[in-house]
Unconditional design. Structure first.
Length: 198
């Protein structure tokens, strides 16, 4: 049971597409003994089948999203170009989780992470990657779900993201899921009792 007197921690986990970070985060939430919770993002895209309000996302109209953005209610947000949909992390969601003593995980892209890094120094930041660009390309091709042009676009974005990995406090190479999850869990446990992030 969570000790309600202990403040929560804010954790950012990023990594390039194909690094397996979503699977790592899902497994981490299931296995790690810390009071981890995944932060729920807001989006302007319509719900997909099976998605639930407040669980999958907070679904906002574009007008409402932009109103909240103008009111500085987002910790970070961005428009996904090409689709025109907005995604963001609401300050109120983060504050609520931390007040409840949760170790809140933000699974966000590098652009979003860097915008938060510039404003907060109380973060535990982890960059998950497959080790090399060659390995990343191999994983993207093994999926067999995208065109060559789409793969090249993903690789271009991934190179840019990989160039910022030194900005994170920790890097974890996801060679094997269980090992990566254990490494992150042990890493996070080291922060227990620490008054400030290292």
């Amino acid at each position: 049971m969570t000790d309600e007197t202990q403040p929560g921690r804010l954790i950012i986990i990023s990594g390039p597409s194909g690094a397996g970070k979503s699977t790592v985060v899902k497994t981490l939430l299931e296995r790690c003994s810390l009071p981890l919770e995944l932060s729920v993002s807001a989006t302007t895209r319509p719900p997909r089948e099976g998605e639930k309000e407040g669980v999958s996302y907070y679904f906002l109209s574009k007008d409402e999203f932009l109103r909240r953005q103008k009111a500085d209610e987002f910790l970070e947000c961005k428009e996904v170009f090409g689709r025109g949909d907005w995604y963001g992390t609401l300050n109120a969601v983060v504050a609520s989780g931390l007040e409840r003593g949760k170790w809140l995980i933000l699974e966000i892209d590098v652009q979003g992470a860097l915008s938060i890094l510039d404003r907060r120094d109380d973060l535990i930041t982890i960059f998950v990657h497959p080790g090399t660009m060659e390995e990343l390309e191999s994983r993207l091709r093994q999926r067999g779900t995208e065109t060559e042009a789409a793969i090249q676009r993903r690789l271009e974005v991934a190179r840019e993201e990989m160039s910022h990995r030194h900005r994170y406090k920790h890097q974890v190479i996801n060679r094997a899921l269980d090992e990566a999850v254990d490494e992150i869990c042990h890493l996070l446990i080291q922060y227990q009792g620490a008054k400030t992030a290292c």
